[in-house]
Every structure is written in C-alpha cells, then in structure tokens.
Design a protein around this ligand. Structure first.
Ligand SMILES: [Zn+2]
Length: 266
C-alpha cells in the first residue's frame, strides 16, 4: 500500500472515530436517566486581578442555580433525576482555547472546531478522551463600560462550551444563564433568537400561548432574552426567569423522557 493510501486511511479512521465518539457521547448525555456530568474549567480571560480573584473564590455551589433550573424545567417534561447535573470545578487552565474564525467559511470553521477539540483533549492531561462529560471553559473578564464580551459558544461535537463571563459577583445570575444556554447547545439545542437578538416567535418565547406582540415575563433559555411590558428587549437577572420551551425540549431529547413517564403512545 502506498504511503498516500495509508495516510488517507488514517485520516478516515480519525474521522470515523470522531463521528463514532460524537454519536456515543450524544447517546450518553441525552438519555436523561442520570445526572449530567459537567466539568467547568475557569480561565483568566483578560489577565485582570478581578478575574484572578473571581477564579480563586470559585466554588461548585456558585453554579447551583443551573442545576435547579435543569431539575425544574426537565421535570416539566417527565424527567425525574436529582441532581440533574453534577458539576465539578476543575483547576484553572493557564492557556486560552483557540478563538473561532471571524466570518470564517465552512472549511475554516471545521478546521477551528477540530483545533478546539484537540486543544481540549491536550489540556485535559488524560490519555483517553473524557467521553460523555460536558466540558465548559469559562473565561472571566473584568467588566469594562461599553465593552461587550466575545460571543460564547457551545458545540455538540465534543460536548464543549466556551463561555465568556464577567468577573463580578453581581453578574453571577446572568453568567449562569449564559452557561446554561451553552450547556444546552452541547446537548443539541439551537438558538431561538433572530435579528437584533429578538426572540423568534413562537419557539423563542416563554409563553407561546400569548400573541406574538404580547409582552413576556420570562425568557426561553435558547432565546436568552424577552420583550417586557415596556417593549424593551431584556435579559433576565437569573435562571429563575427562564424556561425550556417545547422546541428546545424536543431538541435535547426530552420527548423520550416524557413518553416514558406518561406513556404517550409508546
Ligand atoms: Zn446560542
């Protein structure tokens, strides 16, 4: 066999392995029969003292409202797992993940996602990939007036989230909202906001029984914002004001749990 053929075979093998792992991992995390395993790795996103102090004080309990949100919302779809999530805060990572391409084409994006998965594997310090564990990298930044954070993201392939968060205890509720949003992306949920960040109707609103132009009081988690009584696009202060809507529930495989519990036609 020529060297070229061997090389192609090896590449195909890696690809098949990656696809197989993705299938296996999705099967593991979308069963909703046991607590979701989540590793959270903090990173100092801007080298600031505020981020360092936030990371030094981090505790798994800081993320309890994500678990409370998951328990409350998945229970509405028939899941009975408590805790819904088992989150561990791992030691700080000193390196930052590769940044996504700015307006990249498909190839650049695929290449970046492979690089990111390679980076995650290398920094885990383990020989074997951590299958079935969601890996969330949270980059803390000192708040700066008028400076928006980079876009957070969650990838289904590899169960990887990269979240940009504020190093400010007053932002904890909203940081956790963003983390929960990216966590659900890793389980297959899609965004439900459109132009200008406005929720898409009806899938992106908390109460789709109301007309499209009616104000809402809560947000659908994958829209992340709602339009309030004053007509303003609002980010809820915490996950207590967020719900998992039916479309998101379907995307993260909660239908199966619902059918199991209520025997909806098998
Ligand atoms: Zn999103």
């Amino acid at each position: 066999m020529s060297f070229r053929r061997i090389r192609i075979l090896i590449l195909l093998g890696i690809l098949a392995g990656a696809l197989g792992f993705t299938w296996l991992e999705q099967w593991m995390v979308r069963g909703w029969g046991t607590a979701l395993a989540v590793d959270l790795v903090p990173i100092n996103g801007d080298g600031s003292a505020a981020a360092a102090a936030t990371i030094a004080a981090l505790d798994a309990a800081d993320f309890d409202d994500i678990n409370a949100f998951l328990e409350r919302e998945t229970a509405r779809y028939g899941v009975r797992v408590a805790p819904a999530m088992h989150l561990e805060v791992l030691p700080e990572a000193k390196a930052r993940p590769p940044a996504p391409p700015q307006n990249g084409n498909v190839l650049e994006t695929v290449w970046w996602s492979l690089k990111l998965r390679g980076w995650v594997y290398r920094q885990s310090g383990q020989w074997l990939p951590q299958l079935g564990r969601v890996k969330l990298f949270v980059l803390y930044h000192a708040p700066q007036d008028g400076v928006a954070l980079a876009h957070s993201l969650g990838l289904q392939k590899g169960l990887i989230g990269v979240v940009h968060a504020y190093a400010d205890p007053r932002q904890q509720g909203q940081n956790n909202l963003v983390i929960a949003h990216e966590l659900l992306h890793t389980l297959g949920a899609t965004d439900k906001y459109g132009a200008g960040g406005f929720p898409v109707y009806p899938d992106g609103v908390a109460d789709p029984s109301l007309p499209a132009d009616a104000p809402q009081r809560e947000a659908e988690i994958m829209a992340g914002r709602y339009v309030n009584a004053a007509g303003k696009l609002t980010m809820p202060a915490s996950l207590e004001l967020c719900v998992i809507g039916p479309k998101t529930a379907h995307e993260i495989n909660l239908d199966a749990a619902f059918a199991r519990r209520y025997g909806a036609g098998g």
